[in-house]
Write a protein that binds this ligand. Structure first.
Ligand code: ADP
Ligand code: MG
Length: 185
C-alpha cells in the first residue's frame, strides 16, 4: 500500500507536484483522460501510480492494477479458454486501469494486439495510467509493429497528462544513504 502522503516530492524536483495533487482529486477519471508516468527505474513511478489508484478507490471508483506483462498473460489465457470477451468487458468496466511497467519485456504479436485492443476499447471510455521506462520513440520495439504503436500512442496520448520522472533511483540513493550512515568496520 503506497499513498501520495508518503511520497517525498523533494526527491524528484522535476516532477510537477501541483499536477500530481490535482490528479489525486480524480477529476481526470470523469473526463476519461490518461496519465503516463515516464522515467528510469526507481524514480517512484509505481508509487505514484498506486497513490493515484488509492485516491480513486477512496472515492469508490472501480480501479484495476496490473503490470503490462501480467495483463498480456491474462488476455492470452482468456483467448485460449474462449473467455476473452468476458475479460475485455470486465476491463472496460473499470473506471481506472493502471498498467505498470510497460516496456520491460517485448510482446509477442498476439500479445501486442491484445494490449492494443485494451487501449482501443478504453479510449474515451475510461481512464488509464501507464508507467514506463521507455521514451515514446522506443515503443515500437515493444509492440514490434510501427503501425500498431502509432495507433496506440495516438489513442493513449490524445487526452494525457505526462509525469516526467527523471532523476536518481530512490532505491539507489536510499541504499547509499544507509551505507554512509553505517560506521566503518
Ligand atoms: P519505479 O516504479 O519508478 O521503478 P518505485 O515506485 O517502485 O519506482 O520506487 C522504488 C521504491 O522507492 C519504492 O519503495 C517507493 O515507495 C520508493 N520511492 C521512490 N520514490 C520515492 C519518493 N519520492 N518518496 C518516497 N518513496 C519513494
Ligand atoms: Mg515500478
Amino acid at each position: 500500500m503506497k499513498s501520495l502522503d508518503t511520497f517525498d516530492f523533494k526527491a524528484i524536483p522535476k516532477l510537477n507536484k501541483t499536477l500530481v495533487q490535482d490528479l489525486a482529486r480524480c477529476e481526470y477519471i470523469g473526463r476519461r483522460e490518461n496519465i503516463i508516468a515516464l522515467g528510469p527505474s526507481g524514480t517512484g513511478k509505481t508509487h505514484i501510480a498506486l497513490g493515484l489508484g488509492l485516491a480513486a478507490c477512496q472515492r469508490g471508483l472501480a480501479v484495476g492494477f496490473t503490470t503490462a506483462a501480467a495483463l498480456v498473460h491474462e488476455l492470452m489465457e482468456a483467448l485460449d479458454e474462449k473467455r476473452l470477451l468476458r475479460l475485455q468487458r470486465q476491463i472496460a468496466n473499470l473506471k481506472l486501469l493502471i498498467i505498470d511497467e510497460l516496456g520491460f519485456v517485448p510482446l509477442s504479436k498476439t500479445g501486442a494486439e491484445l494490449l492494443f485492443e485494451v487501449f482501443s476499447q478504453r479510449y474515451e471510455r475510461g481512464a488509464t495510467i501507464v508507467t514506463t521506462n521507455l521514451p515514446f520513440d522506443e515503443w515500437t520495439e515493444v509492440f514490434a509493429s510501427e503501425r500498431l504503436t502509432g495507433a496506440l500512442l495516438d489513442r493513449l496520448t490524445h487526452h494525457v497528462h505526462i509525469l516526467e520522472m527523471n532523476g536518481e533511483s530512490y532505491r539507489l540513493s536510499e541504499a547509499k544513504k544507509r551505507r554512509a550512515e553505517k560506521p566503518a568496520s
